[in-house]
Design a protein around this ligand. Sequence first.
Ligand code: FES
Length: 69
Amino acid sequence: MAVENWTDIGSAEELAARPLSAVKAATTRLAVSCRDGVFGAVSNACNHVGGPLGEGTLDGDYVVCPWHQ
Ligand code: FES
């Protein structure tokens, strides 16, 4: 089976080194989290006014936006 429409966003080791990372997959900006070896991804744009979630922090299971918390 051919692998199509996949974008390499970096190595798992590199992404696991930080709780949150801002990455770009093609034209989509994502906030990638890693907590206890489990990865997650959400839009990098906060629902409030678009703050960069990948530059925020993790508080338990929650991403805290760096702009207005
Ligand atoms: S932009 Fe994220 S809390 Fe305001």
